[in-house]
Design a protein around this ligand. Structure first.
Ligand code: DC
Length: 224
């Protein structure tokens, strides 16, 4: 059987990566991997165990103790992240996790460990992996690379809708601070910053529906 392609999708928070990546994976019969969830999971455990999100040595010890697995529910095509046999998905969108995750994601040992897992998930091909450094660092040889962007207003509106649907209440101000702070931290960190890979196709999703973004991706994939 021929090897299935890997798709790398990067972009800032709220650019629409998750929705599009999940839908694309479903249509092509590939595995959807949300790498942001892995950084959020490490943050959740750090907060739970009282580890300072800026203490690299403690984060190093913590992350080495976490076994990540992807549990696929074929019925509704969801993929949940489990850590050491526990489904951590319900905790990953907590306010405190969202506010601290960029600090944890800047720690070199955390990035190294998670990138190792992410490459393992993709080694046989057939993943749609979304994050910040997938096309540049984690899967530089991915067959298809996309970098999604959208205006700040649209990204804020998307996040607000997402959080409302999840029953979480954030004020507009809190949301704006969280999003712009995370973007800045993600862009300026030394290792694996949020950056477009030179060979990634940029899609501005500001005025596009999910369907239109998927169409562009499939066009680019087919024509590549
Ligand atoms: O995609 P997300 O918003 O759930 O990601 C949460 C945080 O994780 C984000 O602020 C940056 C970090 N992250 C990262 O540094 N590298 C990735 N590949 C994915 C996410």
């Amino acid at each position: 059987m021929s090897r299935k392609p890997n798709f790398a999708i990067d972009g800032p928070a709220g650019s629409g990566k998750s929705t599009v990546a999940r839908e694309l994976a479903g249509r092509l019969g590939l595995l959807y991997v949300d790498t942001g969830a892995m950084y959020r999971a490490v943050t959740y455990f750090a907060l739970k165990t009282g580890i300072d999100p800026e203490n690299e040595a403690e984060l190093d010890a913590l992350v080495k103790d976490i076994r990540f697995s992807l549990v696929i529910f074929s019925k509704n095509r969801t993929v949940n992240l489990w850590c050491n046999g526990e489904d951590v998905s319900p905790f990953l969108r907590e306010k405190e996790v969202s506010c601290q995750v960029s600090k944890v994601a800047a720690a070199a040992p955390v990035r190294k460990h998670l990138a190792w897992y992410q490459r393992r998930f993709a080694r046989a091909g057939g993943v749609v992996m979304e994050g910040r450094d997938i096309g540049t660092v984690v899967l530089p040889d991915a067959e298809c690379k996309f970098f999604l962007t959208a205006s700040l207003d649209v990204r804020l509106a998307r996040r607000e809708k997402e959080l409302r649907a999840a029953g979480k209440s954030w004020t507009k101000k809190e949301l704006c601070c969280e999003l712009t702070y995370r973007d800045e931290m993600d862009r300026k960190r030394e290792i694996g910053p949020l950056k477009k890979a030179p060979d990634a196709v940029v899609i501005d999703c500001t005025n596009l529906t999910v369907e239109q973004v998927i169409e562009k991706m499939l066009e680019s994939y087919g024509g590549g």
